[in-house]
Design a protein around this ligand. Structure first.
Ligand SMILES: C[S@@+](CC[C@H](N)C(=O)[O-])C[C@H]1O[C@@H](n2cnc3c(N)ncnc32)[C@H](O)[C@@H]1O
Length: 307
């Protein structure tokens, strides 16, 4: 295993300010990564506070463990946050004070060529955040039908040249490396937006490989059940598809964004959004850490019994 490439936590102060409402509380960092947010959360907790740090990537756990050292308030949890309820011990269900999601991939995952996430470094077509994930980018690129590949590039990559790109990929099969995928896209997309198109295709395939949108919907549903009354979900997303899911969920408690009503017409939303306007990184943060530029922070609170 090569050294962990450091990840600069995004919107650190803003997210943890919203998350930690009680120093004695029980928290979940659902995207532990290199432990940047976790370290900050722990610094705000009392001796009684508790924090579960979840990640599906073994390399992230190793890096976080090195950073945090031994701290009995911290419990690392390996697994996919799509199974949040199963991963957190039942005695804590309904008692969690705050859950943080800092979505997407870490700097380490992006920059480590062997993981195959990046078009800037040549590596195998992989893109799996966990070695337990069944499908890799190699299968998506080499085995999916034209229609499926086109739709992934269009819907998950939000790339309008999806037809041309899917056709080109298929004509070049088999593709083995990120550089070959990049070349295939480059050969059919022209002009100044070429790099953006390549990035969008990589994003689309990554979302498919890790089932990122389905897993996000699954976890948000479970997060509501785990939270105590007045407990909070703090989510940092990095592209519009993720942000839309979070926004709708926070507004209505479901992915449609439509608030259900009871027989008497009373709204049944289990959450109350706390961020009317989304919070984004300052110019200063973006300058210091360009990877933060697309970050959007939203916060919601579980509605308590007396509201
Ligand atoms: C942006 S990084 C988090 C960085 C972290 N906040 C820090 O400051 O170091 C996102 C992390 O979430 C993990 N992750 C993404 N989706 C996940 C999922 N469905 N289940 C578990 N971990 C996930 C990734 O493996 C990655 O390590």
């Amino acid at each position: 295993m090569s050294a962990y490439i450091p990840h600069t936590p995004v919107l650190l102060k803003e997210s943890v300010d919203y998350l930690v409402t009680d120093p004695d509380g029980i928290y979940i960092d659902a995207t532990l990564g290199g432990g940047g947010h976790t370290a900050e959360i722990l610094s705000r907790l009392s001796g009684k506070g508790r924090l579960f740090g979840l990640d599906q990537d073994a390399e992230a756990h190793k890096a976080a463990a090195d950073r945090i050292g031994s701290d009995e308030r911290f419990t690392p949890v390996s697994g996919n946050f799509g199974y949040l309820k199963t991963l957190i011990p039942p005695e804590h269900h309904g008692k969690i004070t705050g859950i943080l999601y800092d979505l997407g991939v870490s700097t380490h995952q992006i920059k480590e060529a062997e993981r195959g996430f990046s078009f800037q470094n040549e590596g195998p077509l992989d893109m799996r955040m966990s070695e337990l994930t069944g499908t890799s980018a190699h299968q998506v690129v080499n085995e999916y039908s034209y229609e499926k590949l086109r739709d992934i590039i269009f819907h998950y990559g939000e790339e309008r040249f999806s037809r041309e790109i899917a056709k080109e990929i298929i004509s070049r099969r088999p593709l083995e490396t990120t550089a070959e995928l990049k070349d295939a896209v480059s050969s059919v997309v022209f002009g100044k937006h070429k790099v953006k198109s390549i990035a969008r295709v990589f994003q689309g395939i990554r979302i498919e490989v890790n089932r990122e949108l389905d897993v996000l919907k699954d976890t948000l549903n479970q997060a509501i059940e785990l939270l105590a009354e007045d407990g909070r979900i703090v989510a940092i997303s990095y592209h519009s598809l993720e942000d839309r899911i979070v926004k709708n969920f926070f507004k209505s408690g479901n992915e449609s964004g439509k608030v259900e009503k009871d027989f008497y017409g009373n709204p049944l939303n289990p959450l109350k959004p706390l961020t009317r306007n989304i919070i984004t990184p300052s110019d200063q943060e973006i300058k210091a850490n360009p990877a933060s530029r697309s970050a959007k922070l939203r916060v919601a609170e579980k509605i308590g019994g007396d509201q």
